[in-house]
Design a protein around this ligand. Structure first.
Ligand code: 3PG
Length: 418
């Protein structure tokens, strides 16, 4: 047991049916039915392999896509293919979550076998909007369809989905109420690293906030500034542009339209209050870049043309951010600061990730896009720790007990390991 949670060392898995919640959520290329990155899938392999080697029947549950930020659900078929390749034996994909097809497949499993159920978020009770609107307790989650249909077929529940540990959803927090539970190896490792780091971050401690999950980014900003953890917050992408707009500065029609169309208009008002309170610590872009006819065009903040459509921070900002990162003792980065997938708009993200590789401070990178960026710029080996979690890491940094941690701790109390 660690942190009051059972680990894989606490149970005998031989012949046991294990419901194992993993986070395999990755960008998908729907036109080819393939995944654009497999970082999170690779990270789950040690737990799955260990359970299989120990003779368990492993039923993997995972989500793909989001109903709030991206609205991009997809099936888990490509993930089963990747897992099959990584593990070197077949991981059967079941086109069902908890109906008879899934339940019959579970009943037929042999020791050491692994199956992957379809996207659990195809069940409405597993969706984030359902979570946010109904706020079911963990006991109520144990009475949902997915838990009542699957739990009777299993002996144990394992959660290896640290990246989803901030979600209060039945496949994450419901099974612990009715089954002896443990965290998987990835969960254990990530929880341990981030706990130790946040106990005493070395200062100056810098947070780089970009990415597409705007609500998460603002939540993190407020938390790390009010707790004193952050000495500086470097803003990029939509986060920086929203604050610039909150200050009354022109960010260009294209940029503003995108913010409004994405449903982030409310954050402009919210950002005003945060910026007024912490203007000495929040660093804003001093220039931005757009792409016109395939070419990168930059403009200084304060002289942004009315028809501008920002897709990156500018060169001057990138240099300022680089200096701050090089002088930091701890750097957390969540999300890229521009559309780094395209060459004309990758400069800011490239410089930031290279700076994190060059700094002597300890660097932690979280979230799927950041991992992809770290790979693209060949800096994965030079970063201190790459966390599979983005949102989970952010919520963890708020100091709150993550819902999944709470559920696993509760389970350890009501089902003590022998
Ligand atoms: C993530 O991508 O951060 C995790 O898979 C959780 O996804 P969510 O934010 O859609 O719940």
């Amino acid at each position: 047991m660690r942190f009051g949670i059972n680990t894989l060392d606490d149970f005998d898995f031989k012949g046991k049916t294990v419901l194992c919640r993993v986070d395999l959520n990755q960008p998908v290329d729907k036109s080819t039915d393939t995944l654009k990155s497999i970082h999170r899938i690779k990270a789950c392999v040690p737990t799955i392999k260990e359970l299989s080697d120990k003779g368990a029947k492993i039923v993997l549950m995972a989500h793909q896509g989001s109903d709030i930020e991206y609205k991009n659900f997809y099936c888990t078929r490509p993930h089963a293919k990747v897992l099959t390749e990584l593990l070197g034996f077949e991981v059967k994909w079941i086109e069902d979550v908890c109906n008879p097809t899934a339940r019959n497949a579970i009943k037929e499993m042999k020791n050491g076998e692994v199956i992957l159920l379809d996207n659990v978020r195809f069940c409405s009770e597993e969706q984030t909007l359902f979570e946010m609107n109904l706020k079911l307790t963990h006991e109520q989650q144990a009475k949902t369809q997915v838990v009542t249909k699957l739990a009777p077929l299993a002996d144990l529940y394992v959660c290896d989905a640290f990246a989803a540990a901030h979600r209060d959803q039945p496949t994450l927090c419901g099974f612990e109420q009715v089954l002896p539970s443990a965290m998987g190896r990835l969960f254990e490792q990530e929880y341990c690293v981030v706990s130790e780091l946040m106990e005493q971050p070395k200062h100056p401690c810098v947070f780089v906030l970009g990415g597409a999950k705007i609500s998460d980014a603002f939540m993190m900003m407020e938390t790390v500034l009010s707790s004193g953890a952050a000495d500086k917050v470097l803003t990029g992408g939509l986060v920086g542009e929203i604050i610039l707009s909150a200050k009354g500065l022109e960010i260009g029609k294209g940029t503003l339209d995108f913010i409004l169309k994405s449903g982030y208009g409310d954050f402009i008002e919210k950002a005003k209050g945060i910026y007024e309170k912490y203007s000495d610590k929040i660093v804003l872009p001093s220039d931005l870049a757009e792409v016109k006819d395939g070419n990168r065009v930059e403009a200084k903040t304060g002289s942004i043309p009315a028809d501008f459509n920002a897709v990156d921070i500018g060169t001057e900002t990138s240099k300022i951010y680089r200096d701050i990162i090089l002088n930091a003792k701890t750097v957390f980065a969540n999300g890229p600061v521009g559309v780094f997938e395209n060459q004309p708009s990758e400069l800011g993200t490239k410089i930031l990730f290279e700076s994190m590789a060059d700094t002597e401070g300890y660097t932690v990178v979280g979230g799927g896009d950041s991992v992809t960026a770290a790979k693209k710029y060949n800096v994965t080996d030079k970063l201190g720790y790459i966390c599979t979690g983005g949102g989970a890491l952010i919520r963890f940094l708020t100091g709150e007990e993550l819902p999944v941690v709470k559920a696993l701790r509760h389970s350890a109390k009501i089902f003590p390991a022998k």
